[in-house]
Ligand binder design. Structure first.
Ligand code: ADP
Ligand code: ZN
Length: 214
């Protein structure tokens, strides 16, 4: 299955995607993670992306499309993957259509007040990338990953100014993809207003059902 996940910052897309990856044994291709890896190892690509990311803006399409094309051309990226964070513009979606056909696009939705509550408290494991939330999905031990014992940190672009910018960028540049994929008959929508910490099974079953109905 070739899956794309869409959703506003703060909707919990990364959290649900981690579960989908395990259940369907998908290769997880997250452009945010790819950029952060490049930043960490100070590659040319990382240098190009840094100022945009810190400001909560999109990295230019040429750079992003090139990176995804390269990732999808590697041996492990066969017909079983989920694209998380890509496409984020119509130009990227058109480029993806040329690279490979997608089977399904899931758009995660939540009410505005729910989204604002989820943004800001996110903490991530430095070692394995698992996502927690200070209030909604707290780790068993403060600052330490439940899964691997790694250190939990807060991303630079989870600062209030960058968060606001990411929401605006989403509305302006990414939300048009909903129409784009609806027209192609690929879009499915799942609303998640419940807390993942206390409703994990219910939420994931809702999402699995949508995928299995295909
Ligand atoms: P979020 O948690 O807001 O979904 P991501 O981890 O997906 O954030 O991405 C973090 C940042 O990386 C974005 O704000 C943007 O600067 C950059 N980025 C990620 N994916 C893309 C993309 N498809 N196009 C352009 N920039 C991207
Ligand atoms: Zn971890």
């Amino acid at each position: 299955m070739k899956l794309v996940v869409l959703g506003s910052p703060g909707v919990g897309k990364g959290t649900y995607t981690q579960e989908l990856v395990q259940k369907y044994n998908l290769l997880h291709i997250s452009t945010g993670d790819l950029f952060r890896e490049n930043l960490k190892s100070e590659t040319e690509l990382g240098v190009q992306a840094k100022s945009f990311m810190d400001a909560g803006q999109l990295v230019p399409d040429e750079v992003t499309i090139g990176m995804v094309k390269e990732r999808l051309s590697r041996d492990d990226a066969n017909d079983n993957f989920v694209l998380d964070g890509f496409p984020r513009t119509i130009a990227q979606a058109e480029a993806l259509t040329d690279i490979t056909p997608i089977d399904m696009v899931i758009n995660f939705k939540a009410d505005k007040d729910v989204i604002l509550g989820r943004l800001g408290g996110r903490i991530i494991c430095r070692k394995c990338g698992q996502i927690f939330h200070k209030q909604n999905i707290p780790p068993k031990q403060d600052g330490i990953c439940d899964t691997c014992g790694g250190e939990l940190y807060e991303r630079d672009d989870d600062k209030p100014e960058a968060i606001e910018k990411r929401l605006v960028v989403y509305e302006e540049q990414t939300s048009p993809l909903i129409g784009f994929y609806t027209e192609k008959g690929l879009l499915r929508e799942v609303t998640v207003n419940e807390d993942f910490g206390t409703h994990k099974e219910e939420i994931m079953n809702r999402i699995f059902k949508v995928i299995d109905e295909k």
